[in-house]
Ligand binder design. Structure first.
Ligand code: ASP
Length: 315
């Protein structure tokens, strides 16, 4: 049986040990391990990389600690607008949604778009109509409310600032304890097929229907059996301009670079030169994994049939 691996992230940014309590740290690690185990169980049963990615992301979306699904940040208008994408590296099929509201698991909706629509990318009200048609689970506004997200937003809502929920450079002191992130997963299954997915509430206080890199195929999410499956996290505007996920794939496809080297080149050189803060997780079709970031930390984890099982936060 071929080596099977799942790798996940829960956001990258200015995540410092000094700002974390032992209890909160334990909660994060537990959340990451739970998602990793859920995704890995699918692979162990011979399930597809797509289903493993979805299983891991659903767990993270349901966890208030992470900026996706239930824990999504507030927009300028004080609501949650979520983005998600999934891609299957075996046939390059993909599905994505942007600016959806009240959808419990946006990654489920992205998967519906991939499998059951003739489209790749749906947005806003139309995407919500499609969710209703497909019977994707919706939740009332209250489900997405949490006091700490509300406080995060209150601290900057009267300004023109918007922020990564896990970076606090220009925000109130209050933000220091509140660094929670976008989520993503990439997996290689027992058949050597790979897939990636990403889900996010985007940036706190975002406005004008802002969409980041997460749901954009090629920027925040990409998968191709020939090269790699990637999910990104960080300052979305720069990740879009750098076409990060596809850039890693292109280095592998056209220059023959191995996974680690291609990821390092893009995150620690190209992105850094553009002042793009963040990171990515990746797998290739041999089940190798990579977790690379140029920020202080990235919530992350990897589990593989070779016995690897790690979750980590800091550098
Ligand atoms: N990349 C996401 C965005 O810009 C944010 C994040 O990774 O937390 O929407």
């Amino acid at each position: 049986m071929q080596k099977h691996t799942i790798v996940i992230h829960g956001g990258a940014g200015t995540i410092l040990k000094d700002d974390m309590t032992p209890e909160l740290e334990a909660e994060y690690l537990k959340g990451l391990q739970g998602a990793l185990d859920a995704g890995y169980a699918v692979l162990e049963e011979g399930g597809s990389a797509v289903n493993a990615v979805k299983a891991a992301i659903v767990i993270l979306e349901d966890n208030l600690l992470f900026n996706a699904g239930r824990g999504s940040v507030f927009t300028k208008k004080g609501v949650q607008e979520m983005d998600a994408a999934i891609m299957d590296g075996s046939d390059l099929s993909a599905g994505a949604v942007a600016g959806v509201r009240n959808v419990r698991n946006p990654i489920e909706l992205a998967t519906e778009v991939m499998r059951n629509s003739n489209h790749v990318f749906l947005s806003g009200k139309g995407a919500n109509d499609f969710a209703i048609k497909q019977g994707v689970k919706l939740e009332p506004d209250e489900y997405f409310f949490s006091q700490f997200r509300y406080e995060q937003w209150k601290a900057i809502r009267d300004s023109d600032n918007y922020s990564l929920d896990h970076t606090y450079s220009d925000i109130d002191e209050l933000m220091k304890d509140k660094k929670f992130g976008t989520v993503g997963a990439a997996a290689c299954d027992v058949n050597g097929n790979i897939a990636a997915g990403t889900s996010t509430g985007g940036m706190t206080n975002k406005k004008y229907g802002r969409i980041g890199d997460s749901p954009l195929i090629g920027a925040g999410t990409y998968a191709n059996n020939k090269t790699c499956a990637i999910s990104c996290t960080g300052h979305g505007e720069v990740f879009i301009r750098a076409v990060v996920a596809y850039d890693v794939s292109a280095l592998m496809e056209y220059k023959g670079e191995p996974l680690d080297k291609a990821c390092d080149q893009v995150v620690n050189h190209r992105l850094k030169n553009m002042e793009g803060e963040g990171g990515l997780i990746a797998v290739d079709a041999q089940g190798n994994a990579s977790m690379v970031f140029n920020s202080a930390g990235m919530y992350r984890g990897v589990k593989s049939s070779d016995g690897t099982n790690e979750v980590a936060i800091y550098r």
